[in-house]
Design a protein around this ligand. Structure first.
Ligand code: NDP
Length: 461
């Protein structure tokens, strides 16, 4: 009989924590999980899921416009923000319920409280002040929006957290940042009729993506009417008549209804008692873990965004499954962070897996680049000036496809499938041997027979 209250205590009820708790409990372990806000975590409550619902909502006005080309006459349309938020909230509540049901069905004890470490085996439940002990502790507390405390007036701005619960849609918005959240919300707000300006410090949005996608998306967003100001930063935000005044370094002062800061996310480690337990953090406050997600304290693991490895939900879930294998199945398993397919739910969408052309050019001596840009079939009748971009990056020596990049409708769906082919180490010849599926956009991926250009020793030839 263990001398601890629990075999496993999980702090954080997001994607990674819930998966770890649920599966450990289903293996017969005595498990408790504590969450201070809502079960489901960032992804379900104020991230991926509600964001995608908002993306759908923001696309309807284009659907209505496109319908005319197919013979439809759509009557007067209007949009009700409060109705969307209420519908989204109902769905999120349903999902939160499912998360909790999964945990209770597996016999995990669900605690609705903040939990902090007292030492390597003791946890304090903040709501009651009670302390409990556990043999193993799993920290999965996620991250929070970078508040950009150095910006005068940052407290007047919102983050993605608040964007999901605005009382009213602003008439205009400035979004700071050029990453996933900035770009996705710029398209959402614009699609819902908000005059949108995105301000990014670098030369081009989405710094970690293939240059072609970055440029292509930038142009498409501008063509829709989104203002993008690169090489600029916010210097001050203050209250002004009817909204906020945003002083920028290069573009003067903008008057808008709201400012959204989307400048990355920080690990949620403040006040967790990590020092008391001896758990090491890095300079960003992220928990340092080894390849098995074990912290500097042998019985404490950490996974997901709090470890600042790859901030994506499926990665946290995968890390949780590896933790289960390692800790409870005598099968030490390292999470595999290689070739993670990812999507930006911008409009048009980005779907990508593997290396960008720029990164591949640094790693490989010779590359073949296959590139196709075309008007999707639907756009012929809708009349929408929309181009789809597809790109395969191939290592000339091994013939392996090392990067696949798509800009356009359903790019995320395609990237998921392409992820399998790259993971399996498919070569360009495998792609060539694959029969096209007609008429689809994806058939372009298997019909690009001749390279558009080559890159040798980093130079385009
Ligand atoms: P990102 O890391 O994607 O982007 C942060 C942006 O903020 C970058 O453009 C960065 O510029 C800029 N930035 C950072 N600090 C400053 C500063 N002090 N001043 C000006 N600009 C600054 O973070 P997000 O907040 O957009 O998203 C957080 C994470 O959440 C993502 O990394 C992603 O993993 C995840 N996510 C995934 C989504 C998906 O899968 N579709 C959707 C939303 C989020 P620079 O590029 O120059 O460094």
């Amino acid at each position: 009989m263990s001398s601890f209250d629990y075999d496993l205590f999980v702090i954080g009820g997001g994607s990674g924590g819930v998966r770890g708790a649920r599966v450990a409990a289903s293996l017969g372990k005595k498990v408790a999980i504590a969450e201070e806000y809502r079960y489901g975590g960032t992804c379900v409550i104020r991230g991926c899921v509600p964001k995608k619902l908002f993306v759908y909502a923001s696309q309807y006005h284009e659907h209505f416009e496109d319908a005319a080309g197919f013979g439809w006459t759509v009557g007067a349309s209007s949009f009700d923000w409060k109705k969307l938020v209420a519908a989204k909230d109902a769905e999120i509540e349903r999902l939160e319920g499912l998360y909790k049901k999964g945990l209770s069905n597996a016999n995990a004890e669900i605690l609705e409280t903040r939990a902090e470490l007292v030492d390597a085996h003791t946890i304090r439940l903040v709501k009651t002040g009670q302390t409990v002990t556990a043999k193993t502790i799993l920290i999965a507390t996620g991250g929070r929006p970078n508040p950009h405390a150095a910006l005068p007036g940052h407290e007047l701005c919102i983050s993605s957290n608040e964007a999901f619960h605005l009382e009213e849609l602003p008439k205009s918005i400035v979004i700071a940042g050029g990453g996933y959240i900035a770009v996705e919300f710029a398209n959402i707000f614009h699609g819902l009729g908000v005059e949108t300006t995105l301000i990014y410090r670098g030369a081009e949005i989405l710094s970690r993506f293939d240059q072609d996608l970055r440029r292509g998306l930038h142009e498409a967003m501008v063509a829709k009417g989104i203002r993008i100001l690169c090489h600029d930063v916010l210097e001050k935000v203050s209250e002004a008549e009817g909204g906020l005044a945003v002083e920028t370094l290069k573009n003067g002062t903008l008057h808008v209804g709201a400012v959204l800061l989307a400048l990355g996310r920080d690990p949620n480690t403040a006040g967790l008692g990590l020092e008391a337990a001896g758990v090491k953090m890095n300079e960003r406050g992220a928990i340092v873990v080894d390849e098995y997600s074990r912290t500097s304290v042998a019985n404490i693991y950490a996974l997901g965004d709090v470890t600042d490895r790859v901030q994506l939900t499926p990665v946290a879930i995968h890390e949780a499954m590896c933790f289960i294998e390692t800790e409870y199945k005598n099968n030490p398993s390292k999470p595999d962070h290689d070739l993670i397919a990812t999507a930006v739910f911008s409009q048009p969408e980005i779907g990508t897996v593997g290396l960008s052309e720029e990164e591949a050019a640094r790693r490989y001596k010779e590359l073949e680049v296959y590139r196709a840009q075309f008007r999707p079939l639907k756009a012929t009748l809708s009349g929408r000036a929309e181009r789809m971009l597809m790109k395969l990056i191939v290592d000339a020596e091994s013939r392996k496809v090392v990067g696949a990049h798509i800009l356009g409708h359903d790019a995320g769906e395609m990237a998921q499938i392409l992820g399998i082919t790259l993971k399996a180490g498919c070569t360009k010849d495998d792609f060539d041997r694959t029969m096209a599926l007609h008429p689809t956009a994806a058939e372009e991926l298997v019909t690009m027979y001749a390279p558009s250009y080559r890159i040798r020793n980093g130079e385009r030839v």
